[in-house]
Design a protein around this ligand. Structure first.
Ligand code: ADP
Ligand code: MG
Length: 283
């Protein structure tokens, strides 16, 4: 192997096999990226896991489900300028999701954008019939077009997040490596159990993803150990290190896999993509 080879994607890690090519697409599995705490890496993981799976030939749809619109911005969509977003479909009597899907600069990766309009949805949906199922209903017409749909949740356990968990097959919980990372997670896992019970029996906790790790610090290593103790093999083997390349990629409005394709952060999300496929959480 030459020095050049070692820079190629995936050459450094063979712990999860490169997914086989798909000969056809769909029906989609749906993953909700959820943690009611902000700043833990939900949006970063949504964008980069989606982009890495798209690189592996999976057809992926990101649903921006946060009125802040960070997933839209991070994938190069100026959602503030849009008249129609996920919000309009959620409250429509005859939703037409296909009319709000936008392709991204990444082949195989599309997005349903959101902007601040979405903040009104919780209040409007309160009086709807089957208000918890609104998103599931909106997504139904495109299930056969994608292999995976990732919903980037807002940092709350409110009605929008309940909609995401009701539409989903699985939940990924990103946890920032800091001492209070586990605080509040019990509330989220109780919410997941309640939704399994009442609304969506198929819902699974796909995994807990440790983000913003600095392995040089005892602190990060201790948090990692305690999260693994708490969640066992629900914790993905892949973890995401803390690096300035992620905020840099956000400013460039690109996934890290495009912005810095050979960077260890891009490799980490490719490894997560392979782990997700090897766990059967994406085709
Ligand atoms: P959330 O969606 O949970 O609020 P974000 O994904 O938006 O969290 O991340 C919060 C901030 O941390 C963003 O500025 C993002 O660029 C940055 N960030 C995310 N992951 C990392 C990481 N592994 N290393 C360094 N910064 C990160
Ligand atoms: Mg976010």
């Amino acid at each position: 192997m030459t020095a050049q080879d070692s820079l190629l994607p995936d050459s450094s890690d063979n712990s999860f096999p490169v997914p086989e090519e798909l000969s056809s697409h769909g029906p989609a599995r749906i993953i909700a990226m959820s943690n009611q705490k902000g700043g833990v890496g939900k949006t970063t993981t949504t964008i980069n896991l989606a982009a890495a799976l798209a690189e592996y030939g999976r057809k992926v749809l990101v649903v921006d489900f946060d009125p802040q619109g960070a997933a839209s911005a991070g994938l190069g969509v100026n959602a503030r300028a849009l008249d129609r977003t996920i919000y309009n479909e959620l409250i429509a009597s005859k939703p037409d999701i296909k009319s709000v899907i936008v392709p991204t600069s990444v082949p195989n990766l599309d997005i349903v954008p959101a902007n601040i309009d979405l903040s009104a949805a919780e209040i409007i949906l309160i009086n709807e019939v089957a208000r918890e199922q609104s998103l599931a209903r909106v997504l139904r017409p495109v299930l056969d077009d994608y292999d995976l749909i990732i919903i980037d949740c807002q940092p709350s356990l409110g009605l929008l997040t309940i909609n995401a968990l009701t539409a989903a097959h699985g939940v990924i919980i990103p946890l920032e490596a800091e001492y209070f990372a586990m605080r509040g997670v019990a509330l989220l896992t109780e919410q997941i159990e309640r939704i399994q019970d009442r609304l969506n029996p198929r819902l699974q906790l796909d995994g807990v993803l440790l983000t913003m790790i600095d392995m040089r610090t005892l602190h990060s290593r201790e948090v990692m150990a305690s999260v693994r103790e708490g969640f066992g093999d629900k914790v993905y083997q892949t973890y995401i290190a803390r690096t300035i390349k992620f905020p840099d990629a956000t400013i460039a409005a690109l996934p890290i896999t495009e912005y810095a394709p050979n960077h260890s952060g891009a490799q980490a999300y490719r490894q997560l993509a392979r782990e997700v496929v090897s766990r059967g959480q994406c085709a």
